[in-house]
Design a protein around this ligand. Structure first.
Ligand code: BDR
Ligand code: CA
Length: 314
């Protein structure tokens, strides 16, 4: 069993990723930290608590609120065009009875890394701001974490906010640069693979037809929230009636690393240029000298990934 902390800016695909993780017998969610991004951090925290309640997790999952803005840059607004004003595609969930922790996300990560003695796996689904703050608080943190699966960046695929930058890295390039250079063992699950794992309307119909009664509320939520995501991807000329499962795939990789093919690459995050801010620059030369070596997911067994996502909710 992998002991994970999920760091999320709980939007539509984050919500699915959290639901998947809470259902997985191979993952134990030690806590969820929240960060600004798709929506503001208060909304991300509220969404997270509601999603945990919806999942009916058989154990307690503490939620620690985190950063409300990037490390150095001014906040550029939120992705409500992608995720809806409430971040979960206008789907309505009952208010949660659970309260967030008073402890902040970075302190929570530092404490858990210490307590779990090298067993903690981090899965980041948003800006890397909380992890950057945690590294600043505990300079030895990189040596205490087993692995970090980062949803973010891209090497070969185009960006999704600018021609070269993916949203989670673009939203706080300085934080991402710090994390990538920290010595933390990282797998970058970026657009190179997440754009290949799509859920579509037929999949939703299948869930609705086949799910067990105990999963009905979850499936109803998924079917209420994903259409907003489909509309965005349709408008952006990417896909029709389907959407890539960026964040769920990243949780899947933490659960089953062999579902992707990784390559070791030296990667550095561009922080200077206005045109290329947030670009994950891979030094693919024979003798790379720019950036730090990390694992980059370059291919995925998409059929298996989508199959596992659906199977979790029926
Ligand atoms: C990432 O950006 C957010 O909109 C999604 O939740 C995902 O984490 C994809 O670029
Ligand atoms: Ca996200």
């Amino acid at each position: 069993i992998q002991k994970i902390i999920i760091d999320a800016d709980t939007g539509i695909d984050d919500a699915l990723a959290i639901l998947y993780a809470l259902k997985s017998p191979r993952l134990r969610v030690e806590g969820i930290t929240t960060v600004f991004g798709n929506i503001d951090v208060a909304q991300a925290t509220d969404n997270t608590l509601r999603i945990i309640q919806l999942a009916g997790a058989p154990y307690e999952v503490p939620v620690a609120p985190g950063a409300d803005k990037p490390l150095k840059r001014k906040l550029e607004g939120f992705s409500t065009n992608v995720h809806g004003a409430n971040g979960i595609g206008d789907a309505v969930l009952p208010p949660a009875t659970q309260q967030p922790l008073a402890e902040k996300a970075d302190d929570f990560i530092v404490r858990k890394a210490g307590e779990l003695g090298g067993e903690l796996v981090l899965v980041t689904l948003g800006r890397l701001t909380n992890v950057a703050h945690a590294l600043a608080k505990d300079p030895a943190l990189a040596g205490k974490i087993k692995h970090v699966y980062v949803m973010g960046g891209t090497v070969h695929a185009p960006g999704n906010v600018t021609p070269v930058a993916e949203a989670n890295i673009w939203g706080d390039p300085e934080a991402a640069d710090l994390v990538f250079a920290s010595g933390l063992p990282i797998t970058m699950v970026g657009l190179d693979v997440t754009m290949k794992t799509n859920i579509n309307r037929q999949h939703l119909d299948f869930l609705q037809r086949t799910c067990r009664e105990e999963n009905r509320a979850i499936v109803d939520f998924i079917c209420a929230s994903l259409p907003f995501y489909f509309e965005f991807y349709r408008g952006s000329n990417y896909f029709i009636d389907s959407a890539p499962m960026h964040d769920p795939l990243t949780v899947l990789v933490a659960e089953e690393p062999g579902i992707v093919v990784n390559q070791t690459m030296h990667v550095k995050v561009e922080c200077e240029s206005a045109l290329c801010a947030g670009m994950t620059v891979a030094d693919l030369r024979r003798n790379p000298i720019v950036g730090a070596p990390i694992q980059v997911s370059v291919d995925v067994d998409a059929e298996r990934a989508v199959g596992k996502m659906l199977a979790a909710f029926i």
